[in-house]
Design a protein around this ligand. Structure first.
Ligand code: DQA
Length: 152
């Protein structure tokens, strides 16, 4: 079993990109922050990043198939700006039946008004924002706990 962590556009620039907003850690550092959470849940970490909406749609479908087969806990999704714009990614999550937790490094609600709305949130289990890389670990833990509760 694994857990999917899918990162959207511009997150490959972490470390160099607006460090005042996103911190100085790189995408690799973020992956390393997720590893102990996945290990604690006893699952493999499938950590990816893409700048392409269609590729993210494909990955959501793939994760949804894995969820149906019971080989993933679900997905932690930081869709970056696609959170605020992409009906296609929202439809992919609901269409694939993928258990997903929306995550943002920054507190999107304390920034520009256009970041306040999420197309994804209504089809997500929950949302974590503003807690930096720790938020990813909390979301992985939440997916693991959700599985424990469902098998009790
Ligand atoms: C982000 C917040 C988005 O509004 C922004 O477009 C990003 C990163 C975050 O992790 O805080 O690319 O998802």
């Amino acid at each position: 079993t694994k857990v999917h962590v899918l990162n959207g556009p511009n997150l490959n620039l972490l470390g160099a990109r607006e460090p005042g907003v996103y911190g100085s850690g790189t995408l690799d550092d973020l992956r390393r922050r997720c590893e102990p959470a996945a290990a604690a849940a006893g699952v493999d970490l499938d950590f990816r990043q893409s700048n392409h909406e269609g590729e993210l749609v494909d990955w959501v479908h793939e994760a949804g198939r894995d969820a149906a087969a019971g080989v993933t806990l679900g997905a932690v999704l930081n869709l970056g700006a696609y959170t605020h714009t992409s009906i296609a990614l929202r439809d992919a999550v609901s269409g694939a039946g993928l258990p997903a937790i929306e995550v943002h490094l920054s507190n999107v609600h304390a920034r520009e008004p256009f970041r306040d709305h999420s197309h994804l949130a209504p089809v997500a289990i929950g949302v974590v924002a503003g807690l930096g890389p720790d938020g990813y670990a909390y979301a992985i833990d939440a997916l693991a706990r959700r599985r424990e509760h469902s098998t009790r």
